[in-house]
Design a protein around this ligand. Structure first.
Ligand code: NAP
Length: 294
């Protein structure tokens, strides 16, 4: 233990909470842990963690409490009976939830005189502790600044703003991006796999393509902000023709086409809304106003 390091309590020792506690321990923080199923603390205790017998004891042990349980219902199940102990503590909640739940949690924490910071973890447990991985935070800038050195041990801490719902909002948006991207990659992998190309051969090419795609996003972001989509690179009309090639190639090889059909439908609705000659960024118009073109 380093005398200059804040003592930390980690509540919740599932896959993620265990990874958080392990990194804090490794980096020299006095770490107290609590989990509903106490046996999950065993290997952390072997490495020097204190196991609290109750959530009350866990909260009392440290000025900084990091909570990472399944959902907000579990969070309340654990913390409600111990809420009186939270006065004067900093509660950093890394449990996934919605922006509305984050707002509710701030009000709840305030009613118990606790400082509250909401967070979202943008990695899986093996990535915890890497400065390349983002941890998103929103809400109290005071809690963020006071505990930034500790939070920085878990991953790169980004404070998105004082609205406590922002971390959950970004988390939802980024997971949507991840699932769309991974499903698109798997669809492409199935397509080339139908011609005996292994995923390991296709994926380096796909990853290189994602770098180009990242450049398209950067080009299109100011177009979205301006509501003006000059179709001087590739128009929606051109992309509708191109997606037909994908649909044809995949269908001819027996691959499920529900993802590209969904994408084509959004492009067609964009064209019907008058954006055929505009850039792909104009698809945001039908995403923002789904009823108008239904
Ligand atoms: P997990 O392995 O399933 O662990 C769930 C944790 O919640 C366990 O500590 C569990 O306790 C506790 N829990 C569930 N219901 C409870 C209840 N009613 N009362 C008390 N404790 C309860 O899940 P995880 O992967 O660690 O995920 C934890 C949070 O991190 C989730 O919000 C998740 O979305 C978020 N997250 C996870 C990842 C990831 O890659 N795993 C990435 C980003 C964010 P028991 O051990 O007693 O069951």
């Amino acid at each position: 233990m380093h005398a200059d390091r804040t003592a930390v309590t980690v509540i919740g020792l599932g896959s993620m909470g265990s990874a958080l506690a392990a990194v804090l321990l490794e980096r020299g923080h006095e770490t107290t842990v609590w989990n509903r199923s106490a046996h999950k603390a065993r290997s952390l205790v072997d490495r020097g963690a204190h196991l609290a017998a109750t959530p009350e004891e866990a909260i009392a042990a440290s000025p900084l409490i990091i909570a990472c349980v399944a959902d907000h219902q579990a969070l309340h199940a654990v913390l409600d009976p111990a809420a009186d102990r939270l006065a004067g503590k900093a509660l950093v909640n890394l449990t996934s939830g919605t922006p509305e739940q984050a707002h509710e949690a701030v009000a709840w924490a305030r009613s118990h005189a606790a400082d509250y910071l909401d967070g979202a973890i943008m990695t899986t447990p093996p990535g915890v502790g890497s400065p390349d991985m983002m941890f998103l935070y929103s809400g109290s800038p005071e809690v963020f600044e006071a505990h930034r050195p500790t939070l920085a041990l878990l991953g790169d801490p980004l404070h998105l703003g004082t609205d406590p719902g922002l971390a959950s909002l970004y988390d939802a948006a980024l997971l949507g991006l991840m699932w769309s991207t991974m499903t698109g990659w798997l669809h492409g992998t199935a397509l080339v796999g139908a011609e005996k190309t292994p995923a390991t051969a296709f994926t380096p090419v796909a990853v290189r393509w994602l770098t180009a795609v990242a450049g398209f996003l950067t080009t299109y972001a100011p177009q979205v902000d301006a509501g003006h989509y000059p179709g001087d690179d590739a128009t929606v009309d051109v992309q509708i023709a191109a997606i037909d090639h994908l649909l044809h190639a995949a269908s001819a090889r027996g691959i499920d086409n529900s993802l590209p059909e969904l994408l084509k439908s959004a492009m067609e609705r964009t064209r019907a809304a008058g954006h055929g000659a505009d850039s792909f960024a104009s698809v945001i118009e039908v995403l923002r106003n789904p009823a108008k073109d239904a």
